[in-house]
Design a protein around this ligand. Structure first.
Ligand SMILES: Nc1nc2c(ncn2[C@@H]2O[C@H](COP(=O)(O)OP(=O)(O)OP(=O)(O)O)[C@@H](O)[C@H]2O)c(=O)[nH]1
Ligand SMILES: [Mg+2]
Length: 367
């Protein structure tokens, strides 16, 4: 299983006209053997034009096949499921498969065009006729390619979008930050990693899944002051998720769910008591995640403690007791960088064997 983003190694896909011209220019500047002055003119030209048809067919076919072959294989053994989910959410897997299939189909048509015209060129009665027949073959091949224009553009859009996705290493623990919109998910990622996600006072500021890196210190015993080593871990910032059914979710929310499903070996759920109108919805969302990811350790954090008065904090305690089936809930504000880091490290320490178990499941693509 590759550990980096497989879309970054694909070369840009040209539009149809450019693809055809690049291939044609290569053919026209290739010198063709067996066409020296000693051979009679008509034979020379027949050979030259026939070879050009062969060469253009070869050039176009190999350019089309290259696009198909370079595109990552979509089966679980070749590509991290996260990318497959995102491809499906954003572009529809079926449409991608069909589009790539149509490139192979077009390559076959080009081969047939070559076959149909070669014999005619070899039997041309004059130099002018040989050239005319070659131009006709080129023209037909060109129109096959031009018909692919929208599809080439589509695959190029997929490529550029996907290469912007984070590179993922399934050999590292991956902590996904989840919660309602605007609760402070990106602020937490910003507080504990060198990543600088966009933070905004409006819901759905984060639209894509992004990734930050963290080094978790490992201690030999509970009393040790200095770590014996550090292990690299990934922190995934996800878009906000509302409390609603899967069918009603927008594309942005679906990306967050895809990250939880395919990447999370641990989850930090952030709850925001200052968004009074959505407290029950936030609780429902937590329950949904808790139920859907029963195996995955979840750390529960209440953000924006600095905005709460003492009496609101007491209200919050009551709300938490009544609504959340656990007592290890941490109330803090996102500027407490060191406190948050320590919390994450302790959370990892307490759950590392379970996290390891889930890492192994993710690696074999059993999501
Ligand atoms: N005072 C205070 N403000 C916070 C805290 N955490 C986040 N904020 C603010 O809350 C707003 C939302 O923060 P984000 O980190 O963008 O929230 P998010 O959960 O990533 O939001 P989406 O990406 O839209 O889902 C921003 O204006 C932050 O500055 C906190 O602990 N205290
Ligand atoms: Mg965000």
């Amino acid at each position: 299983m590759p550990s980096t983003n497989p879309f970054r190694s694909i070369i840009p896909i040209p539009r149809a006209n450019k693809l055809f011209l690049m291939a044609k220019n290569n053919v026209m500047k290739t010198s063709i053997r067996g066409t020296s002055e000693s051979v009679p003119l008509l034979r020379r030209i027949r050979r030259k034009e026939a070879t050009r048809i062969e060469l253009l067919s070869k050039e176009l076919r190999s350019r089309l096949f290259r696009i198909v072959e370079e595109f990552p294989r979509l089966e679980a053994e070749f590509i991290t499921s996260f990318y497959v989910e995102i491809l499906d959410i954003s572009f529809n897997l079926d449409k991608i498969r069909k589009t790539l299939g149509s490139f192979s189909g077009a390559a076959d048509v080009i081969w047939k065009i070559k076959r149909e015209h070669l014999g005619d060129v070899w039997h041309a009665n004059s130099v002018i006729e040989a050239k005319k027949l070659r131009r006709a073959a080129f023209g037909r091949m060109r129109s096959v390619i031009i018909k692919l224009d929208k599809r080439l553009e589509f695959i190029e859009t997929v490529r550029t979008r996907m290469r912007g996705m984070p590179g993922i290493d399934l050999d590292q623990p991956t902590i996904c930050i989840a919660g309602y919109p605007n609760v402070g998910k990106s602020s937490l990622v910003n507080a504990v990693t060198s990543a600088t996600p966009e933070i905004g006072a409006y819901p759905f500021t984060t639209k894509e899944v992004t990734l930050g890196h963290l080094k978790i210190p490992i201690y030999i015993s509970a009393n040790s002051k200095l770590p014996i080593s550090h292990i690299p871990a990934q922190i995934v910032d996800t878009p906000g998720i509302l409390d609603r059914s899967l069918e009603e979710r927008n594309e942005i929310e679906l990306r967050a769910i895809a990250a939880l499903k395919t990447l999370a070996t641990a989850i930090v759920f952030i709850f925001d008591f200052t968004q009074y109108e959505s407290l029950i919805s936030q609780k429902n969302l937590f329950n949904q995640i808790n139920q859907n990811f029963q195996e995955v350790p979840i750390l529960l954090i209440c953000s924006k403690a600095d905005l709460l008065t003492e009496s609101q904090k007491m209200e919050l305690q009551v709300f938490l007791k009544q609504n959340f089936p656990r007592d290890d809930i941490h109330i803090l504000s996102m500027n407490q960088k060191e406190g948050i880091k320590k919390l994450l490290f302790d959370f990892y320490e307490e759950n590392h064997s379970q996290i390891q178990k889930i890492m192994n499941i993710r690696k074999i693509g059993e999501v």
